[in-house]
Design a protein. Structure first.
Length: 784
């Protein structure tokens, strides 16, 4: 194996060690253990190491300690290790041999047996509890330690003082204490005992120089320590202690520590510890590299992850399917889907690894993330062809993506394939995705049917499932149906959460029922829940749309009183509300406060709200000043902002400014849309420039911007206002041909400007055709 360049690992050594022990090749065990020690490989099993020690002493004919392992005839639990340790102490001072039996047991088991021996976490102790806890070691008949009883006595007493007092300690006892120390779970005590034994007893008593390393192999103290670590400082302290041990702990221990730090989401720290491991020559394996690569990917540094792979490759570590899956997931997290796809294809074509279900699912998740559903389904078919069975998560990912793209029927086909052809049982995530998709298409009956089917299959809908239905009903204004779902939810034993109540508040506000929305708002506190910014935003939106600006301001100030920070949506809602009621000065003050306090600067949408609010309140000069300020700050402009200003300037009689803004569009790389043309045509008509409005109307069609119903009505009103009745009939015929109707404003102007009696029958008939029924009734034109 070594000759062909295949380096033996810890597993190899342990297999060989077990074979030697089983066949009683005592003469070669010591040599193998020394080789393992030199390479930092640890014995995996406790009893295996004890047998190895027994073999060493057997060969050396030592009179210090003999340890052997026997099968226990009375196993009280099948999950408990089925061995009983019989330790023979040959005590030189007493001139006799003493055997004691120790039986391992599960943590937490306590009590006394019929012999009166106290059972502790680590095994049996021959000492009375009072003596042990009191630290009065001289009262013990013989200082024969068990796994942790006598050791705890020394730790809880005064170490140096008691050792000086107790003259009857023999080397065998100390060696046994050393074994006990290695199984204690408290790091601080363990370090104290380490210093004690190293400084006082190791050198004179251990005849075998390998014994210290061998006993270290027995211990697994860092396994439990890593599992208990919840703070970064503790992890760093443990790493320092591990790095100072000679020999260094096994790669398993270092991996457990790295994993613990990674679970705390201290990814950069995990990478730093890995670099330290490399610097001190600590053992690493593929799992180590996988942890480090995962940290790089979680930090959106997948390129560094590839660099780690290259480093591992130089050290002789060939990346496996787990490492490649981690890299793929990193690319997906960074939205580098095409790169992930290229890597995936390269892995398959180059036969670098055989993808497993996790790798396929990761790639499918990435494709679905950007809406490439066809390729994702093709990858699902490839899984079948290559003998890799997809799981429920794989199908659920594609089904969810199809539903988000409103391809619900395709999702249902895949759903049926999953159940009836593949025999895969859908879970709550699968059903929830389908229910959301059906709700988005307003297929309420199918959504409720899916919910019932879910319950029939004994798949309990969770709070998320019910929230999907509640939110969908509320957005459609069907609050009563949402409340019915809420009642079912409570009957099924599911407790509504904040998302549920937020949806209800939003639903009532959309219907203008702010009083009921406020009742739900107050109910949240009664249920022991805490409002979040979304809760406040929903109710604020309701107040502002109902022009209840004082209630909205009170609620807005309550957000900061509750030590929450308003977000962009909060400010946008309040700005719209203030401008709506004409309080533009308060709105500008709030806008300045927003720029000063919010972490995220106002975007184009917020600036659009302010510009439109100023223009609607006839503050065009203020709006233009803000626009110039935006230009100085090199903020991005879109056609919407120009439309707001052009429309505002046109309506305020500042047509020259509107023309300048209109002509500036090409220089900005923007193209006028139908709203832009409508604003300019309206401005020309308002100023009596009918010829210019007609020319712009014709140019509009030439550049491919199709006039809409609003365009025709604006132009028609302009013609009526300026008395150009000769072209009205032609324009009305054109409107009729395109299926457009006359709005209420245009109809009212027709009545004011033209006598109905003066119209010929054909024109009168045409007008009657273009005027909607509701407009006729409102304008008393039923006779037309």
């Amino acid at each position: 194996m070594a000759e062909v360049g295949c380096v033996p690992d810890r597993v190899t050594y342990n297999i060989l060690l077990w074979g030697l022990l089983k066949n009683k090749h005592h003469d070669t065990i010591k040599m193998l253990l020394e080789e393992m020690d030199g390479k930092g490989c640890f014995v995996e099993r406790m009893y295996q190491c004890l047998l190895a020690l027994d073999s060493i002493f057997w060969v050396d004919n030592s009179n210090i300690i003999t340890v052997k392992v026997e099968k226990s005839p009375n196993l009280y639990n099948k999950n408990i290790v089925d061995v009983t340790f019989t330790v023979r102490f040959k005590c030189e001072n007493f001139g006799c041999e003493r055997e004691d039996e120790f039986q391992p047991h599960i943590s937490g088991y306590g009590g006394r047996d019929h012999k009166g021996l106290t059972r502790f976490m680590g095994g049996w102790t021959l000492l009375k509890e009072g003596t042990r806890l009191g630290g009065r070691f001289q009262n013990s008949p013989r200082y024969i330690p068990t796994w942790n009883g006598e050791y705890e006595s020394f730790i809880k007493g005064n170490l140096s003082t008691e050792i000086e007092k107790v003259r009857s300690f023999t080397r065998s006892v100390v060696e046994s204490i050393f074994l006990v120390w290695l199984h204690h779970s408290q790091l601080q005590m363990k370090m104290k005992m380490n210093i004690l034994i190293k400084g006082t007893f190791i050198a004179p008593s251990f005849k075998n120089p390998f014994l210290f390393s061998a006993i270290q192999m027995i211990s697994a103290p860092h396994l439990s320590m890593c599992q208990k670590i919840t703070k970064l400082d503790d992890a760093l302290q443990l790493f320092d202690q591990m790095s100072q041990r000679k020999p260094l702990p096994s790669v398993v221990k270092f991996n457990q520590l790295l994993q613990a730090v990674t679970k705390m989401q201290h990814y950069s720290c995990s990478i730093h510890l890995f670099k330290q491991m490399v610097a001190i020559g600590a053992p690493v394996n593929l799992y180590t590299f996988n942890i480090v690569i995962k940290c790089c990917c979680q930090m959106s540094c997948t390129r560094d992850g590839f660099a780690v792979v290259a480093y591992g490759f130089r050290r002789g570590f060939v990346p496996d399917v787990y490492i490649f899956s981690t890299l793929l997931n990193g690319l997906v997290l960074e939205d580098r889907i095409l790169e992930a796809e290229r890597l995936f294809k390269k892995l398959i074509k180059g036969k670098l690894c055989e993808p497993d279900v996790v790798m396929y699912s990761t790639m499918i998740k990435g494709l679905c993330k950007v809406g490439i559903n066809d390729t994702a389904i093709g990858l699902l078919r490839l899984m079948d062809e290559r003998g890799c069975k997809p799981d429920v998560m794989t199908y659920s990912t594609i089904i969810d993506s199809l539903c988000k793209d409103k391809m619900v029927d395709d999702a249902l086909k895949l759903f049926n394939e999953m159940i009836f052809h593949k025999g895969i049982v859908p879970d709550v995530v699968t059903y929830s995705s389908l229910i959301r998709g059906l709700c988005n298409l307003s297929r309420w009956d199918d959504a409720v049917k899916m919910l019932r089917e879910m319950e029939d299959e004994r798949i309990s809908p969770n709070v998320i499932t019910y929230n999907i239905l509640v939110d969908a009903f509320c957005k459609e204004g069907m609050v009563e149906d949402a409340e019915a779902v809420l009642n079912i939810m409570v009957e099924r034993g599911k407790v509504p959460d904040l998302v549920t109540y937020n949806s209800l508040i939003d639903g009532f506000c959309l219907r203008g029922e702010t009083k009921k929305a406020k009742e739900i708002f107050d109910l949240i506190r009664m249920r022991g829940l805490v409002h979040n910014v979304v809760t406040y935003n929903s109710l604020l939106n309701g107040y502002c749309k109902k022009s209840k600006i004082d209630e909205a301001l009170h609620l807005f100030h309550e957000i900061t009183e509750q030590r929450m920070k308003p977000d962009v949506i909060t400010y946008n809602t309040m700005l719209q509300g203030l401008f709506r009621v004409g309080r533009y000065k308060d709105a500008l003050e709030l806008f300045n406060e927003m720029k000063a306090h919010i972490q995220i600067p106002p975007g184009a949408f917020t600036y659009g709200i302010v510009l439109e609010g100023l223009c609607n309140n006839h503050q065009v000069d203020e709006a233009l000043s803000l626009f110039r300020l935006m230009s100085e700050k090199k903020l991005s402009f879109d056609i919407v902002m120009y439309n707001i200003l052009i429309d505002g300037a046109s309506k305020c009689g500042k047509l020259d400014i509107a023309k300048v803004l209109f002509n500036d569009l090409c220089a900005r790389g923007l193209y006028p849309d139908v709203w832009t043309y409508n604003a300019m045509i309206c401005g020309f008509c308002w100023e009596g420039l009918v010829r210019e409005s007609k020319e712009l109307f014709q140019k509009m069609a030439e550049v491919g911007c199709v006039p809409d119903r609003v365009t025709y009505n604006i132009l028609l009103r302009g013609l009526l206002k300026n008395g150009q009745h000769d072209t009205i009939k032609m324009l009305l015929e054109e409107m009729d041909g395109k299926g457009f109707s006359i709005d209420a404003s245009t109809c009212s102007m027709l009545i004011d400007r033209i006598s109905i009696k003066s119209l010929d029958d054909s024109l009168l008939k045409l007008i009657g055709k273009l005027v909607p029924k509701e407009v006729k009734e409102a304008a008393c034109l039923e006779s037309i």
